[in-house]
Design a binder for this molecule. Sequence first.
Ligand code: PGA
Length: 255
Amino acid sequence: MDDRGVRRVMRRPLVVGNWKMNGTRRSSIELAEMIAKNFSSSSVECAVCPPAIFLSDVASALVGSEVCLGAQAVSQFEQGAYTGEVSADMLADFSCAYVLVGHSERRACFGETSNQVAAKFVAAQSKGLTPILCVGETLAERRGDRALEVIAEQLGAVVDAAGLKALSSAVVAYEPVWAIGTGEVASPAQAQEILAFIRARLGENAKAVRLLYGGSVNAENAAQLFGQQDIDGALVGGASLQAEQFLTICRLAEA
Ligand code: PGA
C-alpha cells in the first residue's frame, strides 16, 4: 500500500454538510432522503447537519442509510435554565454522531469565545458526540500574517480544557473566514499549509485525527483539495444544499 493508501486506512475521509439556517421541514426531509438513497461508500463517511428543529425529521429520513447525523451547535451546559439552548444529551438522544463547535459564524455572530467553544467541545465529548472543531482566521488576520497565531490560540483553548488526547477522537476543520460563503476557496497549498500546522500541534496521536477543509468547497474544486496530504475531507456549506453536488463531493473524497 502506498503512503496515500495507508493514510486513507488510518483516516477515513469525511464529508460533512452544514445546512446552516436554510430550508423548510419538507425540503430538509427531501434533501436528506435524496442523499440517503444515493450515498453508499466503503471508504468515505458522510454526515449532514440540519437545523436543530429538523433533526428528528432528518434522523427518520436517514434510517437504514449510511449517512450520519450531525448538529450545528451545542450548549456547554448540561441542563437547566438556559432558554433556547440544546444540550449534548438532547443531541445524543436524536442519534447525532457529530456536532460542529466553534464555527466562525457562531464566534462572529453570537460572540462565542474560544473558552466557550472549548466548554462545548468537552460537553459534546462527555455525551459521546464527536465534536468537529472549527478554526480559522479572518482576512485581516491573514493579511496581518497572524493566521497561524489565531489558529494556535483557537486550538490551544480546547487543548487546555480537554487535553491533547481528547483531540485524537475529534475532527478539526480549518475554515478560513474569508472563504466561507464567498466563493473564494483557499488554494490547496494554503489549506495544506494550515492543516499540516494543525496536525503538528496535535502531538503523537495526530496521525489518526481527521482534518477537514471548509470554505466554498464545491464539486469543481474538491478533488484538488482532497489531493493534499493533510486534507481528510470537507465541511461543506452552500454546496451541501444540492443533493447532486454534495454527493459528487462525497464521491471525489473516495478517489
Ligand atoms: P460554504 O460554508 O461552503 O458555504 O463556504 C462552509 C461552512 O461554513 O461550513
